[in-house]
Design a protein around this ligand. Structure first.
Ligand SMILES: Nc1ncnc2c1ncn2[C@@H]1O[C@H](COP(=O)(O)OP(=O)(O)OP(=O)(O)O)[C@@H](O)[C@H]1O
Ligand SMILES: [Mg+2]
Length: 459
């Protein structure tokens, strides 16, 4: 395994690199500025030395105590200097002799800085550079010569500008480290997003493995992905086991129930109709219904015989809606189709999806007082089916629970409406199988609203 795969190493390296880069800049930058004290080129040095020796040569015959001896310096300097050069000589008593009095402060500063230097140095002031000191021996004393001239190699304006604005330097460093940091955050965020997507899918009941979680990202994320997939395998195994159990139990219950029903009818024949046989009949019918629904739920989850295929929405649900309209008339309730099912297509298990809508509408019939509304809408490639009713509705905290198998609100239980509490569990299961979502909320009619959300099929 490549070490850089590890997030710890990555983060550590990038921080170390950025800090190192910045520190190096801070240390190196000032010495790069040619306006600081620097070593002059060999050529500049030899020019200075030869100038100093010519001046010394011209002065040989001038005695120190002669009248206005320093004038001789001025004359000698004037004689030897090249055009564009200004020469300054500093006496042992730190006085400046020069034919040119401009820039004298710069020379004074520079001489103080370089006093006692063995070798000449160089410093830049705007467009001028000053080089020195070069020694001139005059009557056994040391005089120092400084040369000022136009700069030969100018430092670019841009570089000078950067040196004068340290914050700009900081900004540059930040810009330089930005791609690295972006890459770091990307390598953190991307697998995290992938993991979230997978977890969301699982939360929606779509338990399938995500091999790419183990392939991309840093090693920490890969091993998290592997554990995640391992968890999914276990979950799937447990789910299968549970569904098989459900299917087996409901199937096995059928046999004694059939015998019970048989025995009841035998006893009725023998002893005639009694209150007890009637009761037994009602309860065993209820039991039969319940087992039937349990079986259909188990079959749907565990051994679905249907195949998933694209279907046109309008065609698919037409019989369901026709039946619902008919049934509404029978029950003396008003079913209002706000809009008709659209022409688009969805990828689904057709029978399961039909019975899902039927289940929800049947609930609305059962629990509403008077009004039911069904609406179809398409938003962002999703089909939304809403079924509203004006019944008592469901408490806020129970809106999620009604989708659990056998869950019935206390009100529904009291009403003796005869349901088993499996309808919505079957609905939720088949909608999930079609990659959709189903949820409940408060209806504008006062009762319950069920929303079925399904992705449209793109050809
Ligand atoms: N339209 C509705 N208005 C009010 N409560 C509802 C509505 N639909 C469902 N419920 C509540 O949710 C519970 C679960 O519904 P579900 O359809 O799963 O079971 P059921 O209708 O009781 O029985 P069945 O298995 O015969 O459908 C119901 O018992 C009822 O309490
Ligand atoms: Mg129901």
């Amino acid at each position: 395994m490549w070490v850089f795969d590890r997030l710890t190493i990555r983060i550590f390296t990038i921080f170390l690199f950025t800090i190192g880069f910045f520190l190096t800049l801070i240390i190196i930058i000032p010495s790069l500025d040619s306006r600081n004290l620097a070593v002059p080129s060999e050529k500049a040095k030899s020019t200075g030395i030869s100038l100093a020796s010519s001046i010394q040569h011209e002065l040989v015959n001038v005695p120190k105590n002669s009248f206005r001896w320093w004038m001789r310096f001025v004359v000698a300097m004037d004689n030897v200097k090249h055009s564009g050069q200004f020469l300054y000589v500093i006496t042992p008593s730190d006085q400046i002799i020069t034919p040119d009095t401009s820039n004298i402060d710069i020379v004074r500063n520079f001489s103080e800085l370089t006093n006692g230097f063995e070798r000449p140095a160089k410093k830049i002031h705007d467009t001028l550079e000053i080089i020195g000191p070069f020694t001139i021996m005059y009557s056994d004393e040391v005089y120092r010569l400084y040369i000022m001239q136009e700069i030969t190699d100018t430092q670019s304006q841009f570089v000078s500008f950067i040196f004068d604005h340290p914050f700009l330097l900081l900004l540059l460093t930040m810009l330089a480290s930005t791609p690295l940091l972006l890459w770091l955050s990307w390598s953190l965020a991307k697998p995290a997003r992938r993991l979230k997507k997978a977890a969301d899918q699982v939360a929606r009941g779509n338990i399938k493995e995500w091999p790419e979680l183990e392939k991309f990202g840093s090693s920490e994320f890969k091993s998290t992905g592997a554990s995640f997939n391992h968890m999914l395998r276990e979950l799937k195994r447990m789910q299968d086991l549970q569904q098989r159990l459900l299917s087996d139990i409901s199937h096995e219950l059928r046999t004694p129930l059939t015998r019970l029903q048989l025995a009841t009818s035998l006893s009725r024949r023998k002893y005639g109709e009694t209150k007890e046989t009637e009761r037994i009949e009602i309860e065993s019918k209820k039991l039969d219904l319940m087992i039937g629904e349990l079986l259909s739920l188990a079959r749907q989850q565990y051994a679905n015989n249907e195949t998933k295929a694209p279907h046109q929405i309008a065609q698919l649900w037409k019989p369901v809606l026709d039946n619902a309209v008919f049934e509404a008339a029978q029950l003396d309730k008003s079913l209002n189709l706000i809009s008709y099912p659209p022409e688009q297509w969805i990828l689904c298990y057709p029978q399961a999806l039909c019975s899902a809508l039927e289940n929800v509408i049947r609930n609305a019939f059962r629990y509403s007082y008077q009004k039911i509304e069904v609406n179809f809408a398409i938003v962002n490639e999703w089909l939304y089916v809403t079924i509203d009713d004006d019944g008592p509705g469901v408490e806020q905290q129970e809106l999620e629970q009604i989708f659990r198998p056998f869950y019935r609100t206390s009100e529904a239980r009291d009403r003796e409406s005869g349901g088993t509490g499996l309808g919505l569990a079957i609905v939720a299961n088949s909608i999930t199988q079609d990659s959709g979502e189903v949820y409940a909320e408060k209806s504008h009619l006062g009762g319950l609203r069920i929303v079925i959300k399904l992705p449209l099929y793109k050809k």
